[in-house]
Design a protein around this ligand. Structure first.
Ligand code: SF4
Length: 362
């Protein structure tokens, strides 16, 4: 009987220390692991042959014992406002979407270039307004391939806008805190001083539906990133109607309040609430007043979003500009810091809640 082929070590996701240990296990000095780190995360090497500073015999043994998880580009669309949505295939054959969002100034220059990454294929959370929620959860995106989404968009940003990515948001497909280890590892790679980015954690935002226990975990580890909570409704009744996660007492508004107070006490950081207005559902004066109470749990700000219609989800309507203005006005009078985010990239379905792949490999 033939022996089963030995499993290869997936290098894209390993930290610098883990690559040092890996190199030593291969009979190499630890600094070879640091060289590997640079090839993978600074130079973006896609093959071992490219790693010219490594000895040939080490490269040969790498080719036999290890692999570099690849992200295969399969499509790209650019919206009228220059937002770019890219489609990538994972090693599993499933696909994810990544969005590059330029904030253009009056002269058309993009000082801020934000990449919105996907942390999962599909999502188990099933929010009623979300295209990704129409798919079930399929798989977590490994840390190295979250990193790779940013790197690919960074190359594109250099080409199109003359400079690289400035901000990263975990707001694409999936609930980041359900891929907790992968997300934290990817933050470590993005912020590593020897990597391509060495990006400040303050320029990274992790967005969650409000998984209370994981918010407490995040408070303990404090990677230094910003936290956004997708709130979208100000009472348990309304929130449970559109976000099944709220139905559990472990993740309802009371649990969320406890977790956010703990998070703020531990880290001193503020919180951003994302609140998408749905016509005649959560856009009334009472909703705004109740939201203002929530916004006072800890120092925070509120981002108001207009709902983007999603094909296959006809339950919700877009609120009117008048109701949006009235809602924002009530919040401001209540002393809440509020910003209205006009969605970017709507012409290519790249706006919040619209990321979805039909052909997800199953
Ligand atoms: S809004 Fe976020 S958490 Fe909710 S289903 Fe969509 S991807 Fe999942």
């Amino acid at each position: 009987m033939e022996a089963a082929p030995a499993e290869r070590t997936e290098l894209k996701s390993l930290s610098e220390g883990e690559l040092e240990s890996f190199a030593e296990a291969q009979g190499q000095p630890a600094y070879r692991g640091r060289q590997l780190f640079r090839w993978l995360y600074d130079k973006g090497a896609g093959s071992f042959e490219e790693m010219s500073s490594l000895p040939k015999d080490f490269r040969q043994s790498l080719a036999e014992t290890a692999e570099i998880g690849a992200l295969q580009p399969v499509g790209r669309q650019t919206a009228d406002d220059q937002t770019v949505k890219a489609l990538f295939r994972l090693p599993s054959g499933r696909e994810i979407e990544t969005v590059l969002i330029p904030a253009l100034d009056a002269r058309g220059e993009a000082k801020r270039l934000t990449v919105c990454v996907s942390s999962q294929v599909g999502c188990a959370m099933g929010c009623a307004f979300c295209a990704t929620g129409l798919m079930d959860f399929r798989e977590n995106v490994p840390a190295g391939l979250i990193y790779e989404q940013v790197r690919r968009m960074d190359v594109l940003a250099e080409e199109r806008f003359g400079h690289g990515v400035t901000n990263v948001v975990y707001m694409g497909m999936g609930e980041p805190l359900l891929n907790y280890d992968g997300v934290l590892r990817s933050i470590g790679l993005l912020t590593h001083e020897k990597g391509r980015f060495g990006i400040s954690p303050q320029r990274i935002t992790v967005s969650t539906v409000g998984l209370a226990r994981r918010i407490r975990d995040l408070a303990g580890e404090d990677p230094g990133t910003r936290l956004a909570v997708s709130l979208h409704a100000p009472t348990d009744e309304k929130r449970s109607a559109i976000m099944p996660v709220n139905e559990s007492e472990k993740t309802d508004l009371a649990a969320l309040e406890g977790a956010l107070r703990h998070y703020h006490e531990q880290t001193g950081r503020t919180v951003t609430y994302e609140y998408c207005l749905f016509g005649d559902f959560n856009d009334g004066e009472d909703d705004a007043r109740r939201l203002a109470e929530i916004a006072r749990w800890v120092p925070s700000k509120v981002n108001l979003l207009m709902y983007n219609p999603v094909e296959g989800l006809d339950r919700f309507e877009r609120t009117s500009e008048e109701r949006l203005d009235a809602f924002a006005g009530t919040l401001a009078r209540e002393g809440v810091t509020v910003t209205v985010r006009r969605s970017r990239g709507q012409s290519i379905d790249a706006a919040c809640g619209q990321l979805k792949r039909e052909s997800d490999g199953d």
